[in-house]
Design a protein around this ligand. Structure first.
Ligand SMILES: *Cc1c(COP(=O)(O)O)cnc(C)c1O
Length: 431
């Protein structure tokens, strides 16, 4: 598979180069030269194969021959080594729980796949690879866990001191070994600026083999198809579901739409958004007008200018009316989100996190006007990750899973630095 830049001003690359580069030299996102179609053999694989076989078959055309098949099988197996169950709520609604991975959010899947691919590429180069990433919280944990113990890779994570939650901080700082946490005495924007400056510094890049673990990376984006294919297998070939995806940067939804274009049956996609409603307004008016970002309780979706949306437009050849046949976008307010958490608890004794609640609310709105529509929502995070919000909405305490209790008991190890590029560069050279 070749990948081109959506800015159309950079050379074609293979999966290996697209993964290492992250962003094309013309600053465009990489996009596969074609979307492979599932043949009859893939259909029978989906109905009869194991999840490992399904995931391997789905990703193989995108990876091509840059990773040997045995190694790719191992990477896929390690990526999905936790349950991703489809839980029935009522006779026409399910919840696809993507939060049973090590950091309790769906980003584990993309991060685990990408980290293992990069580990293989570093080994091939026989050069130590340094992953440099800034986090406002969730990405850091998933990236740290994904790369932990991966040979030949050092990970340097910059996070704003005092501005991430206790659990998030422990996920970043407690691993040690090849995971290095830099606690920056500034805010997230400082962390991002430092990382950007370093990627733009030619001298540093000539000496070090640097890569970002950015969420637009093809190796994080494409494996997000896996769990939709598993849900397809669970539902069987007769059901054509409505799929409601809580969306921020739109990578997860875009992966589902790729799987649909390859042949996965879907009646309609719902982009479930919080008050950051650029896309719902865009689909309604045809005008792309991002507002300022608004803070909400579903904070991983607080994105006003979603970077992956351009990939969705590319999938539909920038034809808005064709896109609108397949995709609707629904804005869900804070009050509706809280109401949805309480309603699901009351009706099904099922506890949603605020992100899943946005998706649930959007799906129920659709089903009200389209009865007989079977569908599932995507539950992207464990409610315990947002226990403050969930407890104050429901008035009940959220049970803390054992893995979180253990995490909180671990020792924090971070290097406190001023928001100064030079100090971070010195640290990189000291590794
Ligand atoms: C990142 C994230 C989202 C948004 O996913 P995108 O792929 O950016 O649209 C939704 N929920 C949770 C819990 C997340 O961490």
């Amino acid at each position: 598979m070749k990948y081109y830049s959506l800015n159309k001003n950079a050379p074609l690359v293979n999966f290996r180069e697209a993964t290492i580069k992250g962003l094309a030299p013309d600053k465009g996102l990489y996009f596969p030269a074609h979307i492979p179609l599932f043949g009859n053999d893939m259909h029978s694989e989906i109905m009869q194969g194991t999840n490992e076989d399904i995931a391997y078959r789905a990703i193989l055309p995108y990876v091509g021959d840059v990773i040997p098949s045995e190694r790719l099988k191992k990477i896929v197996t390690e990526t999905i080594n936790f349950p991703i169950p489809l839980i029935p709520l009522d006779s026409f609604t399910w919840s696809l729980e993507m939060y049973h991975g090590p950091t309790l959010a769906f980003k584990d899947i993309g991060a685990r796949f990408m980290s293992r691919c990069l580990g293989y590429f570093a080994q091939q180069e026989n050069r130590k690879l340094t992953v440099l990433v800034a986090t406002s919280g969730d990405t850091g944990g998933a990236v740290a866990d994904g790369f932990y113990g991966v040979d030949g890779v050092d990970v340097v994570i910059l996070y704003p001191s005092g501005k991430v939650s206790n659990v998030q901080e422990k996920q970043i700082t407690s691993l040690g070994e090849n995971i290095h946490a830099l606690e920056i005495q500034g805010d997230f924007d400082d962390c991002q600026r430092i990382v950007k400056d370093i990627f733009n510094n030619k001298e540093v890049n000539d000496k070090l083999f640097l890569t970002s673990a950015n969420s637009i990376n093809v190796a994080r984006w494409l494996p997000q198809q896996f769990y939709y294919l598993f849900a397809w297998k669970e539902l069987g070939s007769k059901i054509k579901p409505v799929i409601s995806v809580p969306s921020g940067n739109f990578g997860n939804l875009c992966a589902a739409m790729v799987a649909h274009i390859s042949g996965m049956p879907v009646k309609k996609f719902i982009a479930a958004c919080n008050s950051n409603d650029t896309i719902p307004r865009y689909l309604q008016t045809g005008k792309y007008r991002p507002n300022k970002t608004t803070s909400t309780i579903s904070n991983a979706m607080d994105v006003a200018n979603p970077s992956n949306f351009v990939r969705i437009e590319e999938l539909y050849h920038h034809d808005l009316s064709r896109l609108k046949d397949m995709l609707i976008a629904v804005k869900v307010t804070e009050e509706e989100t809280a109401g949805a958490i309480n309603r699901a608890l009351l009706q099904y004794n099922y506890l949603l996190d605020p992100h899943g609640a946005v998706a649930y609310c959007a799906l129920k709105k659709f089903q009200e006007t389209n009865p007989e529509s079977l569908g599932y929502l995507v539950e992207t995070a464990h409610p315990v990750k947002f226990f403050n919000a969930v407890e104050s909405i429901t008035g009940r305490t959220v049970e803390i899973p054992d893995q979180v209790v253990l995490q909180l008991q671990k020792k924090k190890r971070s290097l406190v630095l001023e928001p100064d590029v030079k100090q971070v560069i010195d640290f990189l050279f000291s590794l």
